[in-house]
Ligand binder design. Sequence first.
Ligand code: FMN
Length: 345
Amino acid sequence: MANLTTHYLGLELRNPIIVSSCELTDSLENVKQMEEAGAGAVVLKSIFEEQIVFESDSFIDSTDTLLGPMKKGLQDILLNRSYDYIEAMDYMTNFAKEHTLNEYLNFIKLLKANVKIPIIASINCVSAYDWSFFSKRIQEAGADAIELNIFILPSDVSKSAADYDEMYKKIIADVKQYVSIPISLKLSYYSSSLVKTFIDLSKMGIAGMVLFNKPYNPDINIDLVEVATGKIFSSSNDYARSLRWTALLSGRVDCDLAASTGVKSSETVVKMLLAGSTAVQVASVLYEKGIEEISNLVTGLNDWMDVHSFKTIDEFRGKLSQINLENPAVFERVQFMKSFAKIGG
Ligand SMILES: Cc1cc2nc3c(=O)[nH]c(=O)nc-3n(C[C@H](O)[C@H](O)[C@H](O)COP(=O)(O)O)c2cc1C
């Protein structure tokens, strides 16, 4: 049996398989099952700004019908951040918000009392909002690390690439003021100068980056001629983008890398580690095959290491990252030349 231990975000994981942030990590029973199946760590379902708006809303509805008519005002406060409402509304908002946040914090405490593997909390950040302060509460609840799920679609015509970079930097700086536990960034690939931007972000004191978050993708239904929901789960070919950027960034960023999206087999786990990731994150494969699939990923990794006589992950991690390749251009190639693709003979 090889030694599968890895270090991610300064935490020692018994192996590099981390369950990604998703609803599967939403119950104690599931997280216990993940631990039994061999997961190295779990990332909790993100707490979203919109969730707080929604849950605060229904909380007020269900506890005090007199406050019902003020519901719209509450939403406006939370969504528009217009703080010129009456003091009572402020009080209500804070009370309801506190209730929602407390549920998340209590869940962290429950997990920490019942499982041994690291628990990484996740916050969906679209603005600095109250998240920096909330991060402090997450730390106090006992989370081992915080993943900041920052998926900003750069679709605003009035903003430049630099404006978008600044948004990420502001969130990191704000959160870092409040916490000492490791912070990782779960990022999207929508960045105009990805390598430079990510290297810059990695120098801001974060402990890791998750490459990449999977966006919700709208689709179009051509029978109904309307916008439809795209596929939620990744396919097993979706790993290529994360593989390329992991290989390009490994050894260049000042933090750990976790590869995510399309990691659905132990072969892909091995590829991501060879490209230079410290850990991988999985979600779709667990929805499709069940939580017990974690043990197959761990066993498959171990078997591959045995076959190749690797005793530890560090012996091969990053072996095929761009900085370690004789021909570093392979990860930068983007055109299908005829002779390269061998299409059509
Ligand atoms: C049902 C579902 C819910 C998810 N919820 C979250 C979430 O709350 N926060 C987050 O950062 N990612 C969320 N994700 C994205 C996953 O964490 C992961 O990054 C993505 O699914 C790609 O990994 P995969 O190819 O292994 O599925 C969710 C994914 C799924 C399928």
